[in-house]
Design a binder for this molecule. Structure first.
Ligand code: ADP
Ligand code: MG
Length: 345
């Protein structure tokens, strides 16, 4: 908890030191992280309504989407594992519809059907696992079954799986979707200027009265901020890193972003930051590009329609798309070595 709080405080430091009185702040815990709402250009009454609405979205979705606690997603997983069809909860139905094209375009590097693998590694638990890594035989069996979202099919409103090893886990993009829902709720309340920041992953609309929203990107290996940028109207920025949930065992770091092809934590990347309009897409994309790594991130970014990407590789090199290079400012001295990618259309 201390580590999470510290990271969030550091991230919000940039914004905090220039906070103007007309920006209303509200913070609460959800999805295991601190969620901070900032609303500008409204009276205190409207700001309080906004806070309540956003908090409600997060609590509701946390309950619905948790793969391992009792609830609609756990029920659905049980039915699919038993080879039965099920009518999913409408919010889960929507998530499945959103996930299908994102998973396909990512080449199934982002694949919410790998819940069984997440569970084998122990990253489903509320507290991070201590190791050891899973038994080699269990991993081999999972790889042989290789469930993927493409194994799902629909028949008269019911969803079925061709693969009994398929288990849904929306951890890689549920937070993004909750942020999109939160922003939709704010807009419905007539709010045009706000930012919802869930532990450094955020979506913004409008601007502060005095200037655009400004945010920091956390350094994957040092306390503090690696880079900063100003957000334009309606932009989301997400970072996936190997430092968020991991254990060390036998001198190796095992983190929570798994490569469905190998069945193990993805190698070669320490963090990926993606900037795009909606938060559902950037959350899925940050996970997919992390798995793609320094060799393949550009082809996956192109396939997913992204223009703004920053990938820090295991050697500390910053791989940047040209559009992202034009937006961020490195805050470290010296800045990291940069490798500029090809322009993304
Ligand atoms: P965070 O939410 O911590 O920033 P991510 O968005 O990258 O991290 O999501 C990681 C979570 O998603 C894991 O805890 C696990 O539940 C799930 N997951 C891990 N690897 C994948 C993957 N390749 N595709 C889809 N989901 C994944
Ligand atoms: Mg993600």
């Amino acid at each position: 908890m201390m580590r999470v709080l510290l990271g969030v405080l550091l991230l919000s430091g940039l914004a905090a030191c220039q906070r103007a009185p007309e920006v209303h702040q509200h913070a609460f815990f959800a999805f295991g992280t601190l969620v901070e709402l900032s609303v500008a250009d409204v009276d205190p009454q409207r700001a309080a309504e906004a806070a309540e609405a956003v908090e409600q979205v997060f609590q509701e979705y946390h309950r619905l989407w948790h793969a391992w606690h009792p609830g609609p997603l756990a029920d659905l997983n049980r039915a699919l594992a038993a080879g039965q069809g099920a009518y999913p909860d409408p919010s889960i139905h929507l998530l499945l519809e959103l996930a299908a094209p994102l998973a396909e375009r990512s080449g199934y590097r982002f694949d919410p059907a790998i819940g069984g693998l997440v569970r084998l590694w122990g990253f489903h638990a509320d507290t991070p696992p201590q190791g050891p890594p899973p038994d080699a035989e269990a991993l081999r069996a999972w790889r042989a079954a290789r469930p993927s979202l493409a194994d799902l099919y629909w028949d008269e409103g019911q969803v079925f799986s061709r693969n009994p090893a398929l288990q849904l886990d929306f951890g890689a993009f549920a937070k993004g979707h909750a942020l999109d829902q939160a922003i939709a709720r704010l807009r419905a309340l007539g709010i045009d200027h706000a930012i919802v920041n869930a532990g450094g992953d955020l979506r913004a609309i409008g601007r502060r009265p005095d200037r655009p929203w400004r945010i920091g990107i956390r350094h994957p290996r040092a306390p503090g901020v690696l880079a900063s940028l100003q957000l334009e109207d309606n932009e989301s920025l997400f970072t996936s890193g190997d430092y968020e949930r991991y254990f060390e065992y036998g001198g190796e770091r095992y983190h929570h972003i798994l490569d469905p092809a190998s069945g193990a934590p993805a190698r070669g990347t320490t963090s990926v930051t993606v900037l795009h309009s909606d938060a559902t897409t950037v959350d899925a994309a940050a996970t997919a590009l992390f798995v793609a790594g320094p060799e393949h991130w550009q082809e996956v970014a192109r396939a997913m329609g992204l223009r703004h990407v920053l990938l820090i590789d295991a050697a500390g090199v910053a791989h940047l798309s040209p559009a992202m290079a034009g937006r961020i400012r490195f805050e470290t001295d010296p800045p990291p070595p940069v490798r500029l990618g090809e322009p993304l259309p």
